[in-house]
Design a binder for this molecule. Structure first.
Ligand code: NAD
Ligand code: MG
Length: 428
């Protein structure tokens, strides 16, 4: 069943109804919590904080299981609290051992363990901005907790917004927090849209590098290996988003993310392939003018933007050399070959729990692909089959959303077992 609310544009997005609402400025230095600190975005954020100590101070660093990585970062940034949310890699809970490890590298703060401990730390008064760089749906609780606590949420964890958009909007309303996108395309859109009426946009474009398989046919993709999918031409990212970039599911999730943030109808949120990854976003206004956001492909740029807004901090990231001839190429995406993008539009338009199900099925399928239980093309096949069921009911709270997510994962697991078993569906 199509949710009519999703077809209306009047209700606006998370960032504002008529115009983008300005988030409050942060104190100097602003207290920062980095969640997913040991990941690709988390480590880049740590470098941003180290370069801008006058403006930012790490208060909380959190990771799931990489004790060595957390210890190294905690020693460098000296946050008040280091949090490990899950059992250490390959081990069971021995907080004393983790504590000893952190101390041995020179960390002087406190260790907290478990997910609840992390959520509690987010409401500390001296935390002003929460960078959620956890990967996957498991980031949803932190997204909601940060907003309920009234913090600025620098959002990299797009999956939480895709899956739980309505709940995120409610937490934002009730907690009085604010959202700044870290995803480079959305940070670019944000900059193009600042001050303009959202109703005067003709269309917004998210650019897409096309990933490592741009120009390939379905036939070419039958024997793609995880290693091939993991070698992205322009961005160096964690494994899940790298595979998502190869299938174009990442762009599909970003289309839903843009719908949630800016409130535009899906017919006006478009994707354009741009292999150089220099133009990140384009807004085409009704009067025929277009504004674009350009920056070298470097996530430290949007991370600094989301933490430091509205300031433009001087940074080490190179600016574009405008004297050299820029070769900027654009082309339409091939949604026949890269089915995940079309499936994401479909799930977004249907609304209800469909975006949550799309995300859950994709997480299961990507994991199976990386473990060589499913072929590359099998990822879209699994997502498509799971979406065939009726997922129209709107989850009204987190428990219901988690329930839908778990059910969708179970259905996706069955589909993986069935189609992944076929010889041609397995990765070679
Ligand atoms: P990654 O796999 O490199 O890192 C993931 C981090 O999340 C790790 O620190 C891990 O410990 C932590 N984590 C995982 N599950 C957790 C849990 N349940 N609780 C607490 N911590 C948990 O991933 P990444 O590439 O840094 O991506 C992180 C997020 O940012 C994703 O949502 C991704 O889509 C988004 N993003 C990434 C990039 C990029 O360039 N890497 C760009 C745009 C958006
Ligand atoms: Mg992006």
């Amino acid at each position: 069943m199509i949710d009519p609310a999703h077809e209306r544009e009047s209700r606006g997005g998370l960032l504002g109804t008529d115009r983008i609402v300005e988030p409050p400025e942060l104190p100097r230095p602003a207290g920062v919590a980095i969640l997913g600190a040991t990941g690709s975005i988390g480590r880049q954020a740590a470098r941003v904080l180290e370069r801008h100590q006058e403006y930012f101070k790490a208060k909380v660093l959190a990771a799931r299981s990489d004790v060595a990585g957390l210890a190294e970062l905690a020693a460098r940034l000296q946050p008040d609290v280091a949090v490990l949310t899950g059992p250490p890699e390959g081990g069971s809970w021995m907080p004393e051992a983790v504590e000893a490890r952190l101390e041995s590298v020179g960390y002087r703060g406190r260790l907290a363990v478990g997910e609840q401990a992390l959520l509690d730390e987010l409401s500390r008064e001296d935390v002003h901005v929460v960078l959620n760089a956890i990967v996957g749906f498991s980031g949803i609780r932190a997204t909601l907790a940060a907003l309920r606590a009234g913090k600025r949420l620098a959002l990299a964890n797009k999956e939480s917004l895709v899956a739980g958009g309505d709940l995120v909007a409610r937490a934002l309303r009730e907690g009085g927090g604010s959202v700044l996108p870290v995803d480079s395309e959305h940070a670019g859109l944000y900059q193009c849209l600042r001050g303009w009426n959202l109703s005067e946009i003709g269309a917004m474009y998210l650019t897409c590098s096309g990933g490592p398989f741009r120009g390939k046919t379905t036939h070419d993709l039958t024997r793609v290996t995880p290693e091939e999918a993991l070698s992205h031409p322009t961005w160096n990212m964690g494994p899940k988003i790298t595979v998502d970039s190869a299938t174009l599911m990442n762009k599909g999730l970003e289309v839903i993310e843009a719908h949630r943030l800016f409130g535009l109808d899906y017919s006006r949120i478009r994707v354009v392939v741009h292999p150089q990854s220099v133009v990140h976003a384009i807004v085409a206004f009704q009067d025929g003018s277009s504004l674009a956001h350009l920056a070298l492909p470097d996530m430290e740029n949007p991370i600094l933007f989301a933490l430091g807004y509205p300031r433009r901090h001087e940074d080490r990231a190179g600016t574009i050399d405008w004297n050299s001839v820029l070769d900027l190429h654009f082309e339409a995406p091939d949604t026949g070959t890269f089915r995940c993008l079309a499936l994401a539009y479909e799930a977004g338009r249907k609304g209800g729990a469909y975006p949550c199900v799309l995300n859950a099925a994709n997480e299961i399928a990507v994991e199976a692909f990386l473990e060589r239980r499913l072929s590359f093309l099998g990822i879209a096949a699994v997502v498509e089959e799971v979406l065939l069921e009726d997922w129209g009911a709107h989850p009204s709270d987190l428990d219901e959303l988690v329930e839908v997510d778990s059910t969708a994962r179970a259905v996706a697991g069955e589909v993986v077992g069935r189609i992944g078993g076929r010889e041609e569906a397995k990765a070679v």
